[in-house]
Ligand binder design. Structure first.
Ligand SMILES: *[C@@H]1O[C@H](CO)[C@@H](O)[C@H](O)[C@H]1NC(C)=O
Ligand SMILES: *[C@@H]1O[C@H](CO)[C@@H](O)[C@H](O)[C@H]1NC(C)=O
Ligand SMILES: *[C@@H]1O[C@H](CO)[C@@H](O)[C@H](O)[C@H]1NC(C)=O
Ligand SMILES: *[C@@H]1O[C@H](CO)[C@@H](O)[C@H](O)[C@H]1NC(C)=O
Ligand SMILES: *[C@@H]1O[C@H](CO)[C@@H](O)[C@H](O)[C@H]1NC(C)=O
Ligand SMILES: *[C@@H]1O[C@H](CO)[C@@H](O)[C@H](O)[C@H]1NC(C)=O
Ligand SMILES: *[C@@H]1O[C@H](CO)[C@@H](O)[C@H](O)[C@H]1NC(C)=O
Length: 554
């Protein structure tokens, strides 16, 4: 009777263990940790990415000779009229105010500035976009004041010229129609500078001092938008396959670019997690080009590569070169003549070459007006659109970030088995908050100096990083390789026999109890049977668990 009782207890214990430990453990091991994402909000953002954006940009009107007390209101009316006529996909407007000395001074103290429209009395009506400031200068005559045409002229100038980029970009869904040769925007770009010699004779270049004096100003200038890391190196017995062009005389830049050995060009690229642009000065080998590269013309340089001292350059033929822009890769400068042994590229040569490279660099980075580059106008026309460029990059970053979030959330909807760690939720929430912070700044007419646009651009770069971090979450990606079906397959061989064993023992026990009541003398026999079945079952279970551990190893 006591064995019967202890058997009952042991079965009960197994059932209790099974329910209290086994089931929760099984649930824990096979269930998937998924946090909730604000799916509906992300969906609605994706449907209308700029639903909460209405960019308000402040401009200030400064008039020195005449005081126009109501000019700001008159111009505002005209600007509103012009902007209302547009089909704005991303809403934007300008807020016109009178020039405010105090505000301008305080901005200046922080090396910042606002867009100023300066009115100057002159013989005729005209306009100039300032070359070294974010400023539009409008010339007016007395007649334009009498006929009251001035406000309309100002409004038109500001919308069409000073805010040209906004005027052109914000009525489209595709924000950036980048030139085909430009690389996608990245806050960090690596520059590889090569000096290539087709021969093995040692040569050198005054790269460091020239970079400091002639590249640093431009580098500082664009640093709110993109920062560069720079490597320089000299390679020998490499002319980018130039020698295969030895007998070509009628080459245009297109077929030179296509013929420059694409293999040796890509070989120069190293692997980084941000884009690389290359800049190579190539000297042909004496063997292939004893008389110089025939298609490089000594008389005319590429018009966009003119330098102020072109005459001096031509005074010695050694420094005749031509520059070629290679889409998405960089820029190659081919010198007409081979370089002598121990030749030194002096500062004069290097300055002209670096200027040419800077022009091409702006094109490759996709800066808006760099295309119209003439020697020093590159930076000046470009100055005026710099803040516009920052705003457009910011908006396109926001666009990109929302797309990433939406892709993430639809992916998680599709793959219900994919675990979603807490970190992903944190990143998603943080990026949605950051996006709203950016929207607040864009929409606020009170803030809008150049530092604001720097800040907003940096925030939007962070936003893109954050959404990509959420999307490529390490834990999420790794766990996805062990889907739920696989886990079940691992645990089922273990759980199955255990369950079967318990159910059988339970049934035996119940049978025994009912039959035991009918025939109590047979108890001894029944015990031996149940004992047997238990003895039989236990090794089976052991077998299974060992095979399970093998499975798990796989
Ligand atoms: C402004 O720029 C000048 C020169 O570039 C620098 O010396 C100064 O520290 C800057 N001021 C601020 C507030 O950043
Ligand atoms: C810019 O704005 C003016 C209105 O001032 C409009 O006539 C013109 O077509 C716009 N340009 C572009 C490229 O959208
Ligand atoms: C470039 O570096 C400067 C100084 O470290 C920083 O202030 C600026 O935000 C950086 N630019 C971008 C686009 O991240
Ligand atoms: C160029 O022409 C010369 C003779 O005219 C020939 O020896 C040489 O192989 C040619 N080079 C190439 C790359 O075709
Ligand atoms: C050079 O001109 C000849 C004849 O005009 C033409 O057949 C050849 O394709 C041209 N070569 C290049 C590289 O354009
Ligand atoms: C330099 O070029 C001029 C014409 O451009 C030519 O007359 C002269 O011979 C060249 N000098 C050398 C050393 O090649
Ligand atoms: C640009 O070139 C003009 C002459 O073409 C010159 O007067 C001016 O000083 C130059 N500006 C700069 C910033 O070099």
């Amino acid at each position: 009777m006591s064995t019967y009782y202890s058997r009952k207890v042991s079965i009960l214990t197994i059932i209790v263990l099974y329910l209290l430990v086994g089931v929760p453990a099984w649930y824990k091991l096979t269930s998937i940790f998924r946090v909730k994402l604000p799916v509906h909000y992300i969906q609605s953002l994706n449907d209308n990415k700029f639903q909460d954006v209405h960019m308000v940009l402040p401009i200030f009107i400064k008039s020195t000779i005449y005081k126009f007390p109501d000019i700001d209101k008159a111009v505002q009316t005209q600007i509103n009229y012009l902007l209302d006529e547009q089909k704005q996909v991303i809403p934007w407007s300008l807020q016109v105010s009178q020039y405010d000395d105090e505000l301008m001074e305080s901005a200046k103290k922080h090396n910042s500035s606002y867009h100023v429209v300066e009115l100057i009395l002159d013989d005729a009506v005209g306009l100039v976009l300032s070359e070294d400031e974010d400023k539009t200068i409008i010339f007016f005559d007395d007649e334009s004041v009498i006929t009251n045409d001035l406000p309309y002229f100002i409004a038109q100038t500001v919308v069409e010229h000073a805010f040209k980029l906004e005027n052109e970009s914000l009525d489209k869904l595709v924000l950036f129609s980048r030139a085909i040769y430009s690389i996608p925007y990245s806050p960090k770009v690596h520059l590889n500078m090569f000096l290539l010699n087709g021969d093995g004779d040692p040569i050198s270049w005054e790269i460091d001092s020239v970079l400091k004096t002639h590249f640093t100003p431009m580098r500082d200038f664009v640093s709110p938008i993109v920062n560069f890391t720079v490597d320089t190196s000299i390679l020998y017995y490499n002319d980018l396959g130039l020698s295969s062009l030895a007998n070509t005389s009628n080459s245009t830049s297109e077929n030179i670019i296509s013929k420059l050995d694409s293999l040796s060009i890509t070989k120069l690229n190293d692997v980084r997690d941000y884009p690389t642009l290359n800049f190579a000065i190539v000297f042909p080998s004496k063997e292939s080009f004893p008389g110089g590269v025939s298609f490089i013309n000594t008389q005319t340089l590429d018009t966009s590569e003119k330098v102020s001292d072109v005459k001096k350059l031509h005074s010695h033929n050694r420094t005749s070169w031509e520059s070629f822009l290679i889409p998405k890769w960089g820029s190659v400068i081919v010198n007409k003549y081979p370089i002598e042994k121990n030749g030194v590229l002096n500062e004069e040569f290097m300055v002209s070459v670096i200027n040419a490279f800077s022009n091409n660099l702006l094109k490759l980075l996709g800066f808006p007006t760099a295309l119209k580059a003439t020697d020093n106008a590159t930076i000046s026309t470009f100055y005026n659109s710099l803040n516009s460029y920052k705003r457009i990059v910011t908006l396109s970053n926001m666009d990109k970030a929302v797309t990433t979030l939406h892709t993430l959330s639809t992916m998680l909807e599709r793959f219900q088995n994919m675990p979603v760690p807490q970190e992903v939720q944190d990143d998603v929430i943080r990026s949605l908050e950051l996006r709203l912070e950016i929207v607040d700044i864009l929409n606020n007419p009170e803030i809008g100096d150049s530092l604001t646009w720097n800040k907003v651009l940096v925030m939007s770069n962070e936003l893109v990083d954050l959404t990509e971090k959420a999307f490529f979450n390490q834990e999420m990606i790794q766990q996805n390789h062990v889907p739920r079906e696989h886990k079940l397959a691992v645990y089922l061989p273990l759980l199955g026999p255990l369950t079967v064993m318990i159910i059988f023992s339970l049934m035996n026990n119940i049978n025994e109890e009912t039959s035991g009541e009918a025939n109590k003398q047979d108890v001894g026999d029944e015990v031996s049977i149940t004992d047997n079945s238990e003895i039989e079952l236990i090794p089976e279970d052991k077998e299974d668990s060992s095979s399970t551990s093998i499975n798990e190893d796989h």
